[in-house]
Design a protein. Structure first.
Length: 379
């Protein structure tokens, strides 16, 4: 089997209501879909996911589509899709980083390989460690009162862990956490995500004041490049620190581990370069004795199903900590590009857990009409 052609398209789907975090406000999911075609008529589909206008990544949909079309696709066409390490090495030789662009190709390769052998991608990734995935829901920044109302709703939907976005105002952040904790009681885990909002000494003071509300951990409290500052925060507070924006590649994860800057690694399949690279990062975390969670970014169901395949096949992601990337998108987009999605009702039915959607490869089916409907004009 040989790869004959790669096709890309930018798709934009609005969210039901603006979603606020410390980097900005999200109003639309704008991602790049990737199709890999072969000489045997089998096609794999993947996705490169972003946080538009959020200051989270240097890559954008508008830069990623031509990056794939002009630089990465020529490295992949003609290759056997099962030679995935060779393909990643060829992509790296053409472009050293651009991990989100490479993720779109990577996911399409796993989808294609699974379809070729009529097996789910997780079988090729190592098999199933645990078929059930604990889900989390992330609360957009809002007034403390409205965030508490949202928390109560999600608790009623059987979510056992909630993520509280914080960052714009430390005093109000403390009030947010206080009211959310009062709304859900002690039987729901709360974790905090600052998205790089604080400087180290400020973060230390704020986290110490928040600890009476028993947060599970605090994610990315300082700027992603300030690993020494994050390590200082980790030493000075009793709450564990998680890395997200600061971990992208194997070398960045190694630096986080060496500096003891975080005790949890948030793997987001897209920013970490796809399933192949994410499995390597999980292996490094395992060697260091550090658990992983699976973050979601603003992914369509293609990427969310890929997150589930990663989670069920990776022991380091099955250590009792919930993962947002495997759950229905907290940002509540109005639609998706697939014929089926997992919804909040699935979380409720699973008592806070979800599983894989069945099918070969990634197990998703693209709705061509929806792709046409939401395709960006420039695409």
């Amino acid at each position: 089997m040989r790869i004959t052609r790669i096709e890309t398209r930018i798709v934009e789907i609005p969210v039901k209501a603006p979603y606020v975090f410390s980097h900005g406000t999200l109003r639309v999911f704008s991602n790049v879909l990737v199709w890999i075609h072969t000489d045997e008529g089998i096609t794999g589909v993947g996705e490169s996911s972003f946080v538009p206008g959020g200051g989270v990544s240097e890559e954008t949909p508008e830069s990623t589509k031509p990056m794939i079309d002009r630089y990465l696709a020529p490295q992949v066409v003609g290759e056997d899709p099962f030679d995935i390490e060779r393909i990643h090495r060829k992509m790296d030789s053409a472009v050293p980083r651009n991990l989100i662009a490479k993720c779109g190709i990577d996911l399409a390769l796993w989808d294609l390989m699974g379809k070729a052998v009529r097996q789910p991608a997780c079988t090729l990734l190592g098999g199933i460690v645990d078929s059930r995935i604990l889900c989390t829901y992330t609360l957009s920044i809002d007034t403390p009162e409205r965030m508490a109302e949202q928390a109560s709703l999600r608790k009623s939907q059987r979510y056992k862990t909630l993520v509280v976005k914080i960052g714009p105002d430390p005093e109000t952040d403390i009030q947010r956490l206080k009211l959310v904790r009062e709304a859900v009681g002690d039987d729901v885990n709360l974790r905090l995500d600052a998205n790089e909002a604080y400087w180290p000494d400020q973060a230390i003071g704020i986290i110490r004041r928040m600890e009476k509300y028993h947060p599970e951990f605090v994610e990315e409290p300082v700027k992603r490049w300030d690993l020494d500052g994050m390590a200082k925060v980790a030493r000075m507070v009793g709450t564990p620190i998680s890395s997200d924006e600061s971990n992208t590649s194997l070398d960045s994860v190694l630096q986080i581990i060496r500096k003891r800057a975080a005790g949890i690694i948030n793997i987001k399949i897209s920013k970490n370069g796809g399933l192949y690279r994410s499995k390597k990062i999980a292996a490094v975390a395992e060697a260091a004795g550090i658990p992983c969670i699976v973050g979601g970014a603003n992914t369509y169901e293609i990427g969310r199903q890929a997150c589930r395949h990663f989670a069920v096949s990776t022991a380091q992601a099955q250590m009792g900590m919930g993962s947002e990337g495997c759950a229905p998108a907290s940002q509540s987009k109005i639609d998706d590009v697939t014929t089926r999605v997992l919804a909040y009702e699935d979380v409720t039915a699973g008592n806070g857990y979800v599983g894989l959607m069945e099918g070969p490869g990634l197990g998703v089916e693209i709705d061509a009409e929806k792709v046409r409907k939401y395709a960006a004009v420039s695409s």
